[in-house]
Ligand binder design. Sequence first.
Ligand code: FES
Length: 109
Amino acid sequence: MDKTTIICRCEEINCEEIEEAIGHDARTFDDIKRLTRCGMGPCQAKICISLVADVIHEQTGSHLHEIPLPRMRMPISPIKLETLATNSTTFSSVKSVMDEVELEEGKVR
Ligand code: FES
């Protein structure tokens, strides 16, 4: 992978920045996230998680199954503030909020 290859599109973090974080003893996705903001974009690491794991694997020799998953925080999927603001009157449960999000994203169950 080229050093200028963008790993995290949301935060525009390239491979060299990930390798630099690993050089500062970052060994997990959360370590790299704290040092670079990688994974803090709108997709919440859905796109970059596997690429970061590959770089950690290449740089440290850790097996992919040994690299811990990042800590996930709500909302797992980006939602509009309007959706959150109207939660108490419009939505009766988290499930109904998630259903609304999926409708907005065009997902069909
Ligand atoms: S690509 Fe990394 S947070 Fe979206």
